[in-house]
Design a protein around this ligand. Sequence first.
Ligand code: GDP
Ligand code: MG
Length: 687
Amino acid sequence: MSKDALQRTRNIGIVAHIDAGKTTSTERILYYTGMIHRMGEVDDGTTVTDWMKQERERGITITSAAVTCLWRKHQINIIDTPGHVDFTMEVERSLRVLDGAVVVFCAVGGVQPQSETVWRQADRYGIPKIVFVNKMDRVGASFANVCAQIRAKFGVTAVPLTVPDREGALFSGVVDLVDWKLLRFDEDPSGARVTREPVPAALIPECELQRKILLETVADADEAAMEAYLSADAVAPEKIREVLRRLTLGCKVVPVLAGSALKNKGLQPLLDAVVDYLPSPIDVPPVTGYTLEGELSEKRQPNPQIPFSAFAFKIQDDAFANQLTYVRIYSGTVRAQAQVLNASRSRKEKLGRIVRMYANKREELTSASAGDIVAAVGLKWTKTGDTLCDPDHPLLFEKLELPEPVVFVAIEPKLKADEGRLEDVLGRLATEDPSFLVRTDPETGQRIICGMGELHLEVIVTRILDDYKVPVHVGKPQVAYRETPSATASAEAAFDKPFAGRQQYAAVTVGVGPAGRGAGFVYEDRWVNPKVNEALRTAIRESIRDALSGGVLAGYPVTDLRAEVRGGTFDEALTTEMALRAAASTAVRDALRKADCVLMEPVMAIEITAPKDTVGDVIGDFNARGGKVIDMALQADVQLVKGTIPLGNTFGYMTQLRSLTQGRGTYTMQFLRFEPIDREKGGGKNL
Ligand code: GDP
Ligand code: MG
C-alpha cells in the first residue's frame, strides 16, 4: 500500500452494550457504502455480520467478522464485536488490532455496564473513539443525558458533532454543527439520500449552545481557531475538522453523533466522522516487537518497505470449510503463497492465498502490506494470538491476555465411533477461540470443556451439534472453584531415597499464607545458600507452582497465596534437582494442610433491567440466589438493579428472568473476583 492509500485506510471496531444497535448500525453502513443491496434486520435474522446460524437465531453477535467497505475513497475495515460478557475475549482481541472505535450507546439506556467495560478496554489500548447515540426515535431518548453520562463516567470531553432535531417519535433528522446544516434522510425507507437544509429558526438557540461546546474546545486547542472565534469570524469548517481530528487522535476529545439506525437516520454523518476523525494506520504509534527470547527489540513502523510482520487475531472456517486466518499486518509487504515464520510456534509455514473480505464477496489479492487487515487461506499451524513474520527478521508481538475460564462441562460423544471426530472438532474450536479450553479430568478420565460462561459453552455445544454434526452428551455446567489458605503455616519436607541408581537427598522449608484477593501467586525465595544456583532456584519455584495446580481440599487450583522458601538442606554430594523438586512439592502441600484452606467461587458483577411492575419478584428471586443488591435506579419505566452474585447461582437465570418478566427483563454480568464461599448466603450451590 502506498502512503496515500495508508492514509485512506481506517481499521475500526463498532463496540457497544448488547442491544444498543451495533449490528443494525453495521448493516446500514454496509448498505450505504454499497457493499450490500438489501438491508437485513436483526429481528428477522438477515444481517450480514451475524453470519453464524446461532447468531441469527439468538439475535446476538458472538464472533467478530471483519468486513471491508469504501466511503469517500477511504477503505474502512470493520470488525463487528460481540456485546455479551461471555465473549469479552472477542472484544479484547479485536481492540488489539483496531486503530479506532465507534462506541454505540442507546439514547434511552445511556452508558450501560458492558459498554463501560469496553470503553475502558479501549482506553487500555489507547484507542481513539467516536460515539454514536443510537435509538433517538425511542420514547425517553435524550441526547443531552447520554453526553452528560459520558462526561461523568469517563471524565472525557464529549463534543457533539450532530444533534437531533427532535427526540422520540418525532425525530427526523440531525443538525450538523460543523457545517451548520439540517440533514434530512429521505422518507423512502432506506434513508440513502441526504438533503441539506438551513437550520430552522426554532432549533437555532439549542443548536447554538451545542455548537459553542464544539467551538470552545477547538479554540482552546488552536491559536488560529481562537483568533477567529474571538474576533467573531466564523471558524472555517475545515479548521474545525483539522483541530478536532488532532484532539480525537490524541484521545483528548470524543466526538458524539446522534441517530437512529433502525430508522435509517444519521449513519452517513457517522461514516464521515470515521473518515474525518478516526486514525489511519500511520496515525497510531508504531508497534513494539520482542526478540524470540522475550527481550524488547524494536518498533516496527507501518512501512510497506521494511520486513513483514503481522498478528493473527481471528480464525474462522468459511462456507467451503477453508480455514480463514484474519491478520493485521503491522509492517512490510507479504505475497500470496509466501513462506512466513510463525514466531510464536517457531515454525515456518506457507501463508497461502490472501483475500479481502467484503460483506458478500471476497477479493483475491496478490499481496498485502502494512496497515491492512486481510484473511489468509491455507495457514495450518497458526492459532489466534500468534505472530507471523519474515523468517529473516523474526520478532514476536505481545500475547493476548486470556481471561480465566470459570465454567466447565463434561462432554462425550453419543457414539464411541465419534471419539476421533469430537477430538478433532474440539481442537478446531480451541484454535478459533483461545478462551475455550479442553482438558481431561485426571481422576475420572472425562473430557471437560471450559469457557467464560454458560452461554459461551452452550454456543460451542450447539456448534458441535449443528455445524459439525457430532452427537454428544453434555453434563451439567460446573463452576471452576479455587482454593486459598486462610492462615499462615510452614512445613519442612525431605527427600531421601535411592533414585536413578544412586542415593539422593534434599530438604526444603516452605511457608504459605493468604495474599490479597486477586493477587494470584506471590513467591519469595529466602533461602540463603550460594550453592543453590539460579537453575535450581527456578526448579524449586516451578515445582511449587505445579503443586498448586491442585489444592489439598478438593483438588481445585490454589490461588491468592503467598509462598515462601525459607531454607533447606543442600548436600553437595547427594542433592540433585530432582530431590529439591520433590522436597519442595511435598513441603508446600504439607504447609497448605495446616493453613486452613477454604474454597473460593467466582463472583460476578451483574446488572439486571426489569420492567418496574415486575421488580419485586425479580429481587426476591435474586436474593434467593444469593445475590447482593448494591444499587437501584429507575430509567423511564425500567428498573435497573446492580449487584453481585456467585456465578454458580446464575445457571439458567436467563430463562428464569424471562419468565418473571414476561420476556422483558435482561441482564449482563462480568467476572469480578474469586471470593470464599459463603454457604449461608447460598454460595457453593453448584458443588
Ligand atoms: P446489538 O446487540 O448492539 O448488535 O444490537 P442490534 O443491532 O442487534 O439491535 C438490538 C435491537 O434494537 C433490535 O431489536 C433492533 O431492531 C433494535 N434497534 C436497533 N437500532 C435501533 C434504533 O435506532 N431505534 C430503535 N427503536 N430500535 C433499534
Ligand atoms: Mg449484534
